[in-house]
Design a protein around this ligand. Structure first.
Ligand SMILES: CC(C)(COP(=O)(O)OP(=O)(O)OC[C@H]1O[C@@H](n2cnc3c(N)ncnc32)[C@H](O)[C@@H]1OP(=O)(O)O)[C@@H](O)C(=O)NCCC(=O)NCCS
Length: 141
C-alpha cells in the first residue's frame, strides 16, 4: 500500500475554518478564536491533500521562538503530521524554541521529548482547572 503523502505549507486566511475545526477536535490544544492566528505564523499539514494538522508559532526575539499551538485531527494521528510540522518549525525558527505543555498531556510530552525538547520549568496552575504547565526548550545547537 502507498504511504500517505504529508505536505507542510504556510497557512493562509482561507485555512482558518479548517484550523478552527481541528482545534475544536483537540481538547488539549489552546482554543483560540477563529482568525486569531493572524498575529503569528501558521503552518498547515496536509495528509493526501486534506488539511489535518496545524501549528502556530512566533519568533519572540532574534534568538528565541515559541511554539504557541499544535493540533492534529484525531483520525490522522500517528501518521507523522506533528513530526512534519515540528521539522518545518525547526527549519524556520531562529535560536531556542520554547513551548508549554499540560502536565498530564503525555502524548504531546512524548512527542516533544522524542524530538529533543527538555523541561526547563513549571508554571503552576497555568491552564484552566488549575493544571500545571511544563515549560520545555529545544536548543538551537
Ligand atoms: C500530540 C499530537 C500533536 C501528536 O500528533 P501526531 O501527528 O499524532 O504525532 P506524530 O505522528 O508525528 O508522532 C510522533 C511521535 O510522537 C509520540 N506520540 C505521538 N502521539 C502519541 C501518543 N498518543 N502516545 C504516546 N506517544 C505519542 C511518539 O513517539 C510518535 O512516534 P511513533 O508514532 O513512531 O511512536 C496529537 O496527538 C494532538 O493533536 N493532540 C491533541 C492536541 C495537543 O495535545 N497539542 C499539543 C499541545 S502542547
Amino acid at each position: 500500500m502507498d504511504r500517505a503523502k504529508i505536505t507542510v505549507r504556510d497557512g493562509l486566511e482561507k485555512d482558518f475554518p479548517a484550523v478552527a475545526r481541528i482545534q475544536q477536535q483537540c481538547a488539549e490544544a489552546a482554543q483560540w478564536p477563529l482568525g486569531d492566528y493572524s498575529g503569528c505564523r501558521l503552518l498547515i499539514a496536509e495528509l493526501d491533500g486534506r488539511i489535518a494538522g496545524f501549528c502556530t508559532w512566533r519568533q519572540a526575539a532574534p534568538d528565541e521562538a515559541e511554539l504557541l499551538n499544535l493540533g492534529v485531527a484525531p483520525d490522522a494521528r500517528r501518521s507523522g503530521l506533528a513530526t512534519a510540522l515540528l521539522n518545518e518549525l525547526e527549519r524556520r525558527a531562529a535560536g531556542d524554541i520554547f513551548l508549554e505543555v499540560a502536565e498530564h498531556n503525555h502524548a504531546a510530552a512524548q512527542l516533544y521529548t522524542h524530538r529533543g525538547w527538555v523541561p526547563v520549568g513549571l508554571r503552576k496552575r497555568y491552564y484552566p482547572g488549575d493544571i500545571n504547565a511544563i515549560v520545555m526548550k529545544k536548543g538551537s545547537c
